[in-house]
Design a protein around this ligand. Structure first.
Ligand code: SF4
Length: 188
């Protein structure tokens, strides 16, 4: 398999991008693979729920699906080694999140290079909740280092969010209420 490896954090974020790639950009189904990679997700039961929903979507569209593996402890260690304050003291879109994006993109680019993909991309790049400029800058930096192409999408974040809701309803997809890690869990 060659082509585009799309890093996916959850099915609702992946749906508008898959729809765009297949329906608008007319990418052949065999040129797109979903790479589910979410070591940031906590607890593991939540990880498994998002994983299975993404796998279900891949089957629905006939796309290749790859699970990147769940190593939450490595993710925690990577962040702790690079930040001075306790992880829970950082808010969303802080330095903690920047490192979280990097960790996920690094692994995605590595997998893409090792498995002969020409391009990689991430669903994070279309999120209306994330610092997409920082995400895309890092994606471009990794692309230069790995000799791959980093792909972005000409999608408006609000429109993509609406499309994601519409397609999630259509496929009955589970939609989570928090970003992913234990530090973003809603108050109980
Ligand atoms: S809030 Fe989201 S982006 Fe930030 S560290 Fe947690 S999982 Fe990563």
């Amino acid at each position: 398999m060659n082509g585009l490896l799309l890093n996916v954090c959850c099915a609702p974020c992946a749906l508008p991008i898959i729809d765009h790639l297949l329906a608008v950009e007319r990418l052949p189904i065999g040129s797109l693979a979903l790479y589910f990679y979410g070591p940031n997700i906590f607890p593991e039961a939540e990880y498994l729920k998002r994983l299975e929903e993404t796998r279900r979507i891949a089957v629905q569209y006939g796309l290749e699906f790859v699970e990147g593996g769940y190593d939450h402890n490595s993710w925690l260690t990577y962040l702790k080694e690079r930040l001075d304050a306790p992880l829970e003291s950082y808010g969303e879109n802080s330095e903690r999140c920047q490192l979280c994006f990097k960790f996920r993109l690094l692994t995605t680019a590595e997998y893409a290079a090792e498995n002969n993909f020409q391009e990689f991309a991430t669903t994070l790049s279309v999120s209306r909740f994330k610092d997409t400029t920082a995400i895309n800058d890092f994606g471009e930096e990794l692309a230069r280092e790995s000799k791959l192409k980093y792909r972005t999408f000409p999608l408006d974040a609000d429109e993509a969010h609406k499309k994601g809701l519409e397609l999630s309803r259509q496929y009955g997809v589970y939609r989570q209420k928090y970003c992913g890690c234990e530090f973003s869990l809603p108050p109980t």
